[in-house]
Ligand binder design. Structure first.
Ligand code: SAM
Ligand code: SF4
Length: 356
């Protein structure tokens, strides 16, 4: 198929082709794994709870959540953030579950902002964003990603099971008015569910200037009902859009760790991105680690290897102890998520329990 655009997905960048560094884990210097990937980005989950039940994430009924007293407290989250800042983390994304259902989240954002990250962002389903957008911006949040998988009200309700499209669109307006920009819109495509809206979303990006990011459906749904045939390959998305509106790949430095591959409309009207986690994994340049809501440091969405930092934070352990635990978690990172390996097993925890 002619795509009219250089399809610059990044499957070749799998770390299996990299030589492992070998040797001892460094105890000073950048936060590095055994394949030489330097980590500068952390996703902090502030809750595993959510007010929605998106079909690709949670079951409609029966999801169990952590008791409130098992969540890391704000002081512990900030302490963790301070320590990883000292290890070279420059970019933080606050996520969940739905981060805006956590009580005191604006104050928490203000405290994280004071730690001084170059990039402080939050991913939200947008249902509770409008009333707090201005306060989040004042607190020091830089930008938001708002998830929205359909521009058709009825279908939006079917996919997210709760919530209301108009409210989410209004929250995008409020976020922009508050200066939380560039605003990105996360769209998880599921074949046969919303893949007929690719061009509608591309038009939305062109009309609003919002960066629409098409995300491949990953086997991280709590229902474990994911099937490979439900994945809409990013290459198909790009081909479809480029056929209608020519695209130019956005140049990025070699080894750029951003998960989305970016494209501008050739006529200058906006930008889209694709996150091809399934069909073209970008593990080779992954620079991310995660902190789950109850305090496990996790080096990959797909790996069950976790080190729990909660007890160290709770007893007021020293920076060196926290640092060493984070370094060990990162050092243990595998070459790639291995989804195509014959022995691949889904991780025990689903997306909302890890922090997407
Ligand atoms: N509740 C917030 C939201 O929906 O934006 C933040 C947490 S959510 C887990 C983070 C992102 O993960 C969202 O953009 C969501 O659409 C995406 N997501 C959830 N389950 C997914 C799956 N199985 N595959 C791909 N993306 C998924
Ligand atoms: Fe909630 Fe976000 Fe998961 Fe949807 S994707 S159920 S909004 S955590």
């Amino acid at each position: 198929m002619s795509v009219g655009v250089p399809v610059r997905l990044r499957g070749e960048r799998t770390s299996r082709t990299r030589a492992a560094m070998g040797g001892e884990m460094p105890t000073t210097g950048p936060l590095v794994d055994s394949f030489g990937r330097i980590h500068t980005d952390v996703r902090i989950s502030v809750t595993d709870r959510c007010n929605l039940r998106c079909v690709y994430c949670m079951p409609e009924e029966g999801m169990t959540f952590l008791p409130g007293d098992e969540l890391l407290r704000a002081d512990e989250l900030v302490r963790f953030a301070e320590v990883v800042r000292g290890l070279g983390i420059t970019s933080v994304r606050i996520t969940g579950g739905e981060p805006l259902v956590r009580r005191g989240v604006v104050d928490l954002v203000a405290r994280l902002a004071r730690v001084g990250f170059e990039d402080l962002a939050l991913t939200t389903n947008g249902t509770a964003l409008a009333p707090v957008a201005a306060r989040l911006a004042e607190a020091g949040l830089h930008r938001v990603n708002v998830s929205c998988d359909s521009l058709r009200p009825e279908r939006f309700g079917q996919i997210r099971r709760r919530g209301d499209l108009a409210r989410v669109l209004a929250s995008m307006d409020a976020a922009e008015a508050a200066g939380l920009s560039p605003l990105k819109v996360n769209v998880v495509l599921v074949a046969g569910v919303n893949d007929d809206e690719v061009l509608d979303f591309a038009a939305f990006a062109r009309d609003t200037g919002r960066v629409v990011r098409f995300i491949e459906y990953m086997p991280l749904d709590a229902d474990a009902s994911w099937r490979r045939e439900q994945v809409v390959p990013a290459s198909d998305v790009l081909a479809l859009v480029a056929d209608r509106w020519p695209l130019d790949a956005v140049a990025v430095p070699d080894g750029d760790p951003a998960p989305a591959t970016r494209y501008r409309f050739a006529d200058g009207r906006g930008e889209i991105g694709v996150v091809a986690s399934v069909t073209q994994p970008f593990c080779g340049t992954c620079n991310r680690l995660r902190l789950t809501a109850e305090g496990s440091v996790r080096n990959c969405l797909f790996s069950d290897d976790e080190l729990n930092v909660r007890h160290v934070l709770a007893r007021g352990g020293g920076d060196a102890e926290i640092e060493m635990l984070v370094r060990r978690a990162v050092w243990a990172k595998r070459a790639g998520h291995g989804m195509d390996d014959p022995g691949f097993l889904r991780p025990r925890r689903s997306m909302s329990m890890i922090g997407g």
